[in-house]
Each structure stands twice: as structure tokens, then as C-alpha cells.
Design a protein around this ligand. Structure first.
Ligand SMILES: Cc1cc2nc3c(=O)[nH]c(=O)nc-3n(C[C@H](O)[C@H](O)[C@H](O)COP(=O)(O)O)c2cc1C
Length: 406
């Protein structure tokens, strides 16, 4: 059995976790009609049983206007009993439970929200495609109140932590980024102004957070293209997050509407994505324009390691390292270089037992091939790894195989 520090308990704010692994927020697509399902409970329970220190339920919207998908969790008081069932099940297996809360801003799907998407500024979001409405000060105050209320719901549901999503080009990130924030009031222009919305959200969240719960914030080290936030602004973002009282920062990057593969690296399996889309127009659009909209980026293990180290120099709270932490070699390298916490998404989609399998030396490396089938499928159905699907059409198999290893 490996005795790496990775497998030893650690303190994350007020929490003590049994080891240094966190299941990264990765949208499960298991929330039909925005509810907790047996599938969602079974998946996170399996991750907990598989030895992970804390598992993060992904991409829960703080209100209806922040939803991108019909099968996405929406935090509201009616589902507290279901959420409680989920956290109880995770706790029974010895893991802590975190929930990622956010609002997708201009990425909202009007067919789901029944309103125009909200955004810092108007204009067209080609990735949707959506034509968002510029948020008024009242909209801003309402969304902040919804973040605050979501913390109350998370606490009543038995979660040990909340992770505020301030990256990947969703609403908070849209305010931070000059690419999507063209406002000329106190929420736009200078970085001080562009970061105001995040500061107000985090202040509201911190006010409601009970002392026994941890606050994590996921942020971008870079939006992934020139014209987004700069690296200096990312450093400032981290300092603000610390000043607002967060216990840890998850350092990621990328902008779903502009540089999506900067988040995950590799290629988006466009044919797989199109295969799962039901609406004929959307399927046609993705099939013919997908490759231009979602350019590939090479994958390597630990691909945010250098950026995360730079952010760690700016703050005293720990940085959670995410991005291709797929082998014990890379995890140990990160731990030896001073990272306290390692977050893992795809390796735990492929194998919920990944952490125990590393610990017990059953494997040294994930079997995930970075083909991103799980991502393409999640847009319309439950996420799943192609290695464990028996119903993949023959025509797609060579296309998935060709994307292996990013
Ligand atoms: C299927 C899938 C869904 C994802 N959904 C989210 C999400 O809802 N919120 C988020 O912050 N990141 C999301 N991500 C990004 C992951 O949290 C993580 O940052 C990224 O996949 C890199 O980690 P990995 O190499 O361990 O997969 C998702 C990734 C995958 C593969």
C-alpha cells in the first residue's frame, strides 16, 4: 500500500478530510427536472466508497435564470429532503460532501429558463447561441440574494462545503472578463469594477456560511485567449477570494463560450456530441460548425500545475490543483511540490474507485483516454465513460478511439 501524504488526512478550513483527494465538480447530467435522482446519489456514493476525501456535486444553479440544462440541479427549498438523502449517503461512506453553486449567465437556455439569458452586457453569445439581456442593478442584487439563499439550502441539506463557480465563463467569470463585460457603471471597466460582482457574491455567501462549513472558489488562471482576463488580473482575483474569507481556491481556466478546451484539453468529440443532440437544427449546427467553435488543445498530465503554483504565491489559503491528475506519479509530484489538495474529474468518471485503487496499488494510472466522450454526452444525457458503455454505435467507435490521449 502506498503511504504518500496524498492518502493522509488534512484540514481544509473547518473540515478534516480523510485524505487530500477531492472529486472535482463535473456536471453529472443526472438531475432530470432539476431534481436529485437515484443515479446522482449512486454516483457520488460510489465516489465516496471509492476512497475520495470529498466529492463535489456539480453545477447547481442558484436560481431558475441560471440554468443551462433541463437535467441540471436547481437549488430550491423543495428539494432539501432529496439533497439530504444524497449527503447522508456520501457521509455513510466516510467522505465529505461539497456542492458547486453558480449561475451560467449568458449560457442560460431560454427553453429551460423561460426568460432571456442574463449577462453583464448584451450582444450575441455564439456558442449558445443566445442573445442575453444586460443585467440591471436589481437583477444583480437578486442573483446575489440567490447565492446567499443557496448557501442556506446547502447547509440545511447537510453539505460540508460550497464551491462558488467563478470560472469557465459563467456569470461571475463573465463579469470578471473584459471579453463579456462591456459595462460602464461600477460593475464594469477597471478590474476593481469588474470584480465587484464576485466580491459581493462572496461576501453574501460568507455571511450565510455556518462556521462548520468550508468555502471553496473555482477561478480562472487565464480565460484561455487574448482579450479575456490577464494573468495579473487572475492574481488579483485570487487575493480578493482570500480577502472574502474562502478556505481554498480551485485553479482552473478557460471560457466555455470562447476557449472551452482550455478547461479540459484534448478534443471535443463533435460526432459524439451531435449524435446525442435531439433537436435537428442544433445537431446540424454542431456537426458543421462544432470543430471551428471548439478547437482542440493538447493534453498533458497536471496541465495547470505551473499556473496553480503562481496563484499559490499570491495567497496563504491552499490552492486545489485540478487538471489531468490522472496518475500516482503526477499526484505525488504535485504533493511533493507543496500542493495540499488534488481535484480529479475524468479519472473518477471512468472509475469511482480511482483513489482506493491508487492507494491499494491496483493501478498507478487512470484508464481514462481523454477522448472527452463524457463531456460530449453530458450536454444531453448523463455523463458516462465510453469504456463502460455497451451501446455505442459502431460508427462512433473509431472516432472515439482516434481522440485518445488528447
Ligand atoms: C464531464 C465533465 C463535466 C464538467 N463539468 C464541470 C462543472 O460542472 N463545473 C466545473 O467547474 N467544471 C466542470 N468540469 C471541469 C472539471 O471540474 C475539471 O476542472 C477538468 O475536467 C479537469 O480535470 P480532470 O483532468 O481531472 O478531468 C467538467 C469536466 C468534465 C469532464
Amino acid at each position: 500500500m502506498i503511504s504518500s501524504r496524498f492518502f493522509s488526512p488534512g484540514k481544509l478550513g473547518p473540515l478534516t478530510l480523510r485524505n487530500r483527494s477531492i472529486r472535482a465538480a463535473a456536471f453529472e447530467g443526472m438531475s432530470a427536472h432539476h431534481n436529485v435522482t437515484e443515479a446522482l446519489i449512486a454516483y457520488h456514493t460510489a465516489v465516496a466508497k471509492g476512497g475520495t476525501g470529498m466529492t463535489t456535486v456539480a453545477y447547481a444553479s442558484v436560481n431558475k435564470s441560471g440554468l443551462s440544462f433541463e437535467h441540471q440541479l436547481w437549488l430550491r427549498k423543495e428539494i432539501i429532503p432529496q439533497l439530504r438523502k444524497l449527503t447522508d449517503s456520501i457521509h455513510r461512506e466516510g467522505a465529505a460532501a461539497s456542492i458547486q453553486i453558480g449561475h451560467c449567465g449568458n449560457m442560460a437556455n431560454s427553453a429551460v429558463t423561460a426568460t432571456r439569458p442574463l449577462a453583464p452586457s448584451g450582444g450575441i453569445n455564439w456558442y449558445g447561441p443566445t442573445i442575453p439581456r444586460r443585467m440591471s442593478k436589481t437583477d444583480i442584487a437578486e442573483v446575489i440574494a440567490d447565492f446567499r439563499n443557496s448557501v442556506r439550502i446547502a447547509a440545511e441539506s447537510g453539505f460540508d462545503a460550497v464551491e462558488v463557480h467563478a470560472g469557465h465563463g459563467y456569470l461571475i467569470s463573465q463579469f470578471l472578463s473584459p471579453y463579456t463585460n462591456k459595462r460602464n457603471d461600477e460593475y464594469g471597466g477597471s478590474f476593481e469594477n469588474r470584480s465587484r460582482f464576485m466580491r459581493e457574491v462572496l461576501t453574501a455567501v460568507r455571511e450565510k456560511l455556518p462556521p462548520h462549513m468550508a468555502l471553496l472558489v473555482k477561478m480562472n488562471c487565464w480565460d484561455g485567449f487574448e482579450g479575456g482576463i490577464t494573468k495579473q488580473e487572475a492574481a488579483q482575483t485570487a487575493r480578493i477570494i482570500e480577502q472574502c474569507g474562502a478556505h481554498a481556491i480551485v485553479v482552473s481556466g478557460g471560457f466555455v463560450s470562447r476557449a472551452p478546451m482550455y478547461v479540459m484539453r484534448g478534443s471535443m468529440p463533435i460526432d459524439v456530441m451531435a449524435h446525442f443532440i435531439r433537436e435537428p437544427f442544433k445537431r446540424f449546427f454542431v456537426k458543421h460548425f462544432g470543430k471551428q467553435l471548439i478547437p482542440s488543445l493538447p493534453f498533458s498530465e497536471g496541465y495547470f500545475m505551473e499556473e496553480a503554483k503562481s496563484i499559490q504565491k499570491e495567497v496563504t489559503i491552499p490552492v486545489v490543483l485540478v487538471g489531468g491528475m490522472n496518475s500516482i506519479t503526477t499526484i505525488e509530484k504535485a504533493i511533493n511540490e507543496g500542493f495540499e489538495w488534488i481535484a480529479i474529474a475524468r479519472a473518477l468518471i471512468e472509475n469511482p474507485n480511482f483513489v482506493n485503487d491508487l492507494k491499494n496499488e491496483v493501478i498507478r494510472k487512470s484508464a481514462c483516454t481523454i477522448c472527452n466522450y463524457c463531456v460530449a454526452k453530458m450536454y444531453t444525457e448523463e455523463m458516462a465513460c465510453h469504456l463502460h458503455q455497451s451501446n455505442i454505435p459502431e460508427a462512433l467507435k473509431p472516432k472515439i478511439a482516434a481522440l485518445a490521449n488528447g
